[in-house]
Ligand binder design. Structure first.
Ligand code: CIR
Length: 279
């Protein structure tokens, strides 16, 4: 029998309590020199390597301060976008899924991540060969896994992930990502078991109806790519009205500079794989 929050009775529900934001570990990857060639929708000039690495170190420190043990993987020059580790895998309490990123230059990142995942998880699954899905399109909430159909994630990717996660008892739904938006999580984030931070354009979608929605103020849409990590919400610098919204709602906020990742359409969620392990 499946309860409203998608946890089947008898399936050790405690293992899943707060699964969307209670973490013990994170995997990150140091930006390589090749990050200068990273993909971008609009060219706002190349990132500065020095500033990117310094912001990345501050990001790691913020994850550590939020209670995570962080494993920094070495630079991977063959893949310019490999700092954005979130797109290569999905980590859940039951196991991990090796994804199939939808950009041709990024597909190989997933197989490089596989041995890292097997060092943490006994059960590591894969997405079907004909499918594409980026981790940036997967919003894991406590009651539902929402998959964005986007420039990078196709219906076959959604169906393949749904099959894998259904076997673990999850409810998995899909949602269309607006064409101008790279990933679903460019526009939304989990804040707690029942609350999401979401852009105005997605906030009316029926898949968000079950959540309390804090809508990102107009002009600060990029702030939606925030992350809740244990007791803290991490938010990119430069979004004062969103910061005010979150603080007023009672969240313990920490802001972090992501000026260089944002030149490559990246933000806070995409630079780590966050998960909980029992040990
Ligand atoms: C890309 O276009 O794939 C990278 N430059 C940015 C990826 C950002 N990933 C994410 O938001 N999950």
């Amino acid at each position: 029998m499946t309860s409203e929050n998608g946890v089947r009775s008898g399936d050790a529900p405690d293992r899943r309590a707060g699964l969307s934001y209670r973490f013990t570990h994170a995997i990150v990857r140091v930006p390589g020199d090749s990050v200068l060639q990273g993909l971008r929708g609009t060219d706002r000039g190349p990132p500065s390597l020095e500033i990117f690495r310094s912001e990345h170190r501050a990001y790691i420190a913020a994850l550590e301060e939020a209670g995570l043990r962080v494993e920094p993987l070495p630079q991977l020059e063959a893949y310019p976008d490999s700092v954005f580790v979130e797109d290569a895998a999905l980590c859940l309490p039951e196991g991990a899924v090796v994804l199939r990123p939808g950009a041709a230059t990024r597909l190989g990142e997933a197989s490089v991540m596989e041995p890292v995942l097997t060092s943490y998880f006994d059960d590591v699954r894969r997405i079907d060969d004909n499918a594409n899905i980026d981790g940036g399109d997967i919003l894991v909430t406590d009651s539902l896994v929402l998959v964005g159909l986007s420039q990078r994630t196709n219906r076959a990717g959604f169906e393949s992930l749904r099959r894998q996660l259904s076997a673990w008892g999850y409810e998995v739904r899909c949602i269309d990502v607006p064409p101008a938006v790279l990933h679903l999580k460019s526009d939304c984030a989990v804040l707690d078991e029942t609350t999401v931070l979401v852009s105005e354009s997605l906030s009316g979608h029926e898949s968000f109806a079950r959540f309390r929605r804090l809508v990102v103020p107009r002009g600060e849409e990029a702030a939606a790519n925030a992350i809740r990590v244990n007791g803290r919400v991490l938010l990119s610098d430069g979004f004062p009205r969103t910061a005010e919204l979150l603080s007023t709602a009672g969240y313990d906020l920490r802001t972090i500079a992501t000026t260089q990742a944002s030149k490559l359409d990246g933000g806070l969620s995409c630079m780590s794989l966050r998960f909980a392990r029992p040990d």
